[in-house]
Design a binder for this molecule. Structure first.
Ligand SMILES: [Mg+2]
Length: 296
C-alpha cells in the first residue's frame, strides 16, 4: 500500500515536473524564436517599413506592433530650401564669422527655424503615405511620430501633419492625446512633449526618449519598426532597443537623399531666400514680439 502510494505520488510529481518542463520549453522556444538583435535596412521608400509592420501584425497581433516615424525628411519635408532639415544642418556647421549665418548661436538658429516652420509649409515625401498609414491604423497597429523637434514647434508641427491627413492621436501608445504639458524624460534632460501621438524630443536621443515613454505608459510592444532619414538616429535606436522588444526593425530612409545632396551642392538659393525674408521677419517681430524673434 505504502509502495503504491509512493508510486502514485511519484507519478504525480513526475507529471507535474513534466508539465513544468513543458511550460519552460514552450517559453524558451517562443523566446528563442522571437528575440533577436535589431535589424537595419537601407530603404528608398516608406512602403518597405509599412510592409514590414503589416507582416509583423500577422505574427504578433496588430496591437503588439509599434510603427514609429521620424518627421523631417521622412514623413514630410519643407517645401522650401530655407527652413529645411538640410538648411538647418548647413547653418549649424557654418563658421562663426560666415555672413550667411542667420543667427549668432545655436538657440538663435532653433528660433529661426521655428519661425520658418510657422511661416512655411511642408510636403509629403511620398503621396501614398496617408493612405498607407490609415490602412495600417485600421488594422489596429500602433503608430506614432518621434521627432528631434522641440516642444515649442508643436503648433506648426501639428498643423502640417493635419494638413496632409497624417493622424496619430487615436493610434499611439499611452493615454489618448498624450499630455498637454512637456516633461523631463530623465535627469538632466531637456523637456520633451508627447501629444496626439507625436513625441518631440528636442534634439535628444530618440531611442532613449521612446524607451522612457513606453515605460511611462506601460506599453510593451513585441515588435517595433522605426523609420528615420538620419543614420545617427538609426544607430542610436539600435543601441537603445537591443533587448527591449523581441523584434526591432530600423529603416534608414533615403527618399530625400537626392534633395539633401542637391542642397549641399548649392546652398546659395536658400541664402537668397533668407535675405528676402529677413526684413519681413523683423517686421513680424516688431509687431508680435518674441514669437518671431531671431537673435541676429
Ligand atoms: Mg529626419
Amino acid at each position: 500500500m505504502r509502495t503504491k502510494r509512493c508510486t502514485a505520488l511519484g507519478l504525480v510529481l513526475l507529471l507535474a515536473l513534466a508539465a513544468c518542463q513543458g511550460t519552460g520549453r514552450t517559453a524558451r522556444r517562443n523566446t528563442d524564436a522571437a528575440w533577436h538583435t535589431p535589424t537595419e535596412v537601407q530603404s528608398m521608400q516608406l512602403a518597405d517599413a509599412f510592409a514590414r509592420a503589416e507582416a509583423l501584425t500577422r505574427r504578433y497581433g496588430a496591437r503588439n506592433v509599434l510603427l514609429v516615424f521620424d518627421l523631417d525628411n521622412t514623413l514630410l519635408a519643407m517645401s522650401t530650401d530655407v527652413g529645411s532639415d538640410q538648411w538647418f544642418d548647413w547653418q549649424r556647421d557654418l563658421p562663426k564669422d560666415d555672413e550667411r549665418r542667420v543667427a549668432e548661436d545655436f538657440p538663435g538658429l532653433l528660433r529661426a527655424q521655428g519661425v520658418l516652420f510657422r511661416l512655411g509649409t511642408m510636403r509629403l515625401t511620398e503621396p501614398e503615405t496617408a493612405g498607407r498609414l490609415r490602412a495600417l491604423q485600421q488594422r489596429g497597429c500602433r503608430t506614432m511620430v518621434l521627432t528631434a523637434r522641440g516642444p515649442e514647434t508643436w503648433p506648426s508641427t501639428r498643423r502640417e501633419l493635419d494638413r496632409h491627413g497624417l493622424r496619430f492621436r487615436d493610434f499611439a501608445p499611452g493615454p489618448a492625446g498624450g499630455w498637454t504639458e512637456s516633461y523631463q524624460p530623465w535627469d538632466g534632460a531637456r523637456d520633451v512633449l508627447y501629444r496626439d501621438g507625436v513625441m518631440l524630443v528636442a534634439g535628444q536621443d530618440k531611442g532613449r526618449a521612446l524607451k522612457t515613454l513606453l515605460t511611462r505608459v506601460g506599453a510593451r510592444p513585441l515588435a517595433v519598426v522605426f523609420a528615420d532619414d538620419k543614420q545617427k538616429n538609426v544607430d542610436q535606436f539600435a543601441d537603445d532597443f537591443t533587448g527591449r522588444a523581441p523584434e526591432t526593425w530600423m529603416y534608414r530612409y533615403g527618399g530625400e537623399d537626392a534633395a539633401v545632396k542637391r542642397f549641399h551642392a548649392n546652398p546659395a538659393p536658400a541664402a537668397e531666400q533668407w535675405k528676402l525674408l529677413e526684413p519681413c521677419v523683423k517686421q513680424l517681430q516688431a509687431v508680435f514680439g518674441e514669437t518671431y524673434s531671431v537673435s541676429k
